[in-house]
Write a new protein. Structure first.
Ligand SMILES: [Zn+2]
Length: 239
């Protein structure tokens, strides 16, 4: 049986599917992986993205952080793609329990997904570091440079930076969903970013599906490997 047909069958039979996705889910909406450095990168920035996106850097050089953040992390015009829409449909049909994502763009919610666990936070939530006041994405976009609260404090995006821990509540929920899942679909991630990548180890079922453009370190332990575009694969398998 062709791999996509096998996935289609498993989806049809299951009412406890969990999806775990990475940057590849968003790239099909035109959002580049922020780790990718194009030819212009070194003309525009003096530091590698991993350094700019660290807590230390944020505290020491917020102007430079937000210059990168505005240019590379916020994609206000991006729309959900076929992968987001297929997953939202599965949830509405009562088949999918949760989407666990490493992405911070909020596109799963735009597609209609309700149970979305954002391991690395979201650009759509921001808080004043002094008084704790909440701000949406519009405030960050509207202010060039370092965004400031009405109290004068600096506003920090609820995005997990390097050196910062993941939110334990979100992580625990993700572990619970994965450990109880019947079908676990992992897509658009090279499974190299820890600790998020270690979550797959909590899966106890026999229907681990990996959908990725390229090979991943977990291909050998997966029950089904599909190399292809995640949007196309999911829309075919859910159609
Ligand atoms: Zn404030």
């Amino acid at each position: 049986m062709e791999a996509v047909e096998q996935l289609k069958q498993w989806i049809k039979e299951s009412e406890n599917i969990v999806f775990f996705g990475g940057a590849g889910v968003s790239t099909e909406s035109g959002i580049p992986d922020f780790r990718s450095q194009d030819g212009l990168y070194h003309q525009q920035y003096d530091y590698p993205p991993e350094q700019i996106l660290s807590h230390t850097f944020f505290m020491k050089k917020p102007e430079e952080f937000f210059r990168f953040y505005h240019n590379k992390m916020i994609a206000a015009d991006a729309k959900p793609n076929k992968a987001h829409l297929a997953l939202a449909k599965l949830e509405w049909e009562g088949k999918l329990k949760a989407v666990i994502t490493q992405n911070i763009d909020g596109l799963h919610q735009d597609a209609g997904s309700r149970e979305v666990l954002e391991l690395h936070g979201s650009v759509r939530r921001n808080h004043c570091m002094r008084c704790g006041k909440f701000y949406g994405l519009e405030t960050i976009q509207a202010q060039a440079g370092v965004p400031r609260c009405s109290c004068g404090g600096m506003i920090k995006p609820d995005v997990v930076l390097y050196e910062e821990g993941l939110d334990m509540d979100t992580l625990n929920k993700a572990v619970a969903y994965i450990s109880q899942a019947d079908v676990l679909i992992v897509g658009g991630t090279s499974l190299t970013v820890y600790p998020a990548a270690g979550l797959v180890d909590y899966y106890r079922g026999k229907k681990l599906v990996l959908i990725n453009r390229d090979a991943t370190p977990l291909d050998g332990s997966a029950d089904l490997v599909i190399n292809g575009k995640i949007g196309e694969v999911l829309s075919q398998a859910c159609g």
